[in-house]
Design a protein. Structure first.
Length: 144
């Protein structure tokens, strides 16, 4: 029986995520200078808050035998015992909030667990510790 321990891993910020957020914030004064109408400034402000919430609201928890992936503070659970493989991958900007390098790709034994044909892509801080925790619960997980 696995000891019930809750561990939270924040989303890993890097240059790409900082650039996206910085660009959205930089658009606020640019919109104010280009147009005296407050609507573009308000739109840029709301966009910046939404992007910040996406980054702050993305984190991962290991609770018992479940991996919880939070997106904008909304959790989706995955059974750790159904994880087949966890590997480090390099990603381009095709996933807007994912860092360019160092993401983890999680593949499941049963495709129904992920509700998708594509693997789950996550980017937690302290990735080695994160993988060790997963492997402690499910030693059958293959890593690269």
């Amino acid at each position: 029986m696995v000891k019930k321990e809750n561990k939270t891993y924040r989303f890993r910020w890097n240059g790409w995520t900082r650039f996206i957020f910085g660009l959205s914030v930089a658009l606020i004064p640019a919109a104010a200078l280009l147009d005296r109408d407050p609507l573009p400034v308000a739109i840029c402000g709301v966009m910046s808050v939404f992007i910040l919430l996406m980054f702050i609201g993305a984190y991962y928890k290991i609770e018992g035998e479940r991996l919880l992936v939070y997106t904008i503070f909304i959790p989706k659970g995955y059974p750790i015992r159904q994880i087949k493989e966890v590997k480090t991958i390099k990603r381009g900007p095709d996933i807007p909030i994912a860092p360019i390098t160092g993401c983890l790709e999680v593949t499941f034994k049963d495709r129904n667990e992920s509700a998708s044909m594509t693997p789950l892509t996550i980017s937690p801080v302290r990735q080695e510790e994160f993988i060790k925790k997963l492997k402690y619960i499910n030693p059958e997980i293959v890593t690269n």
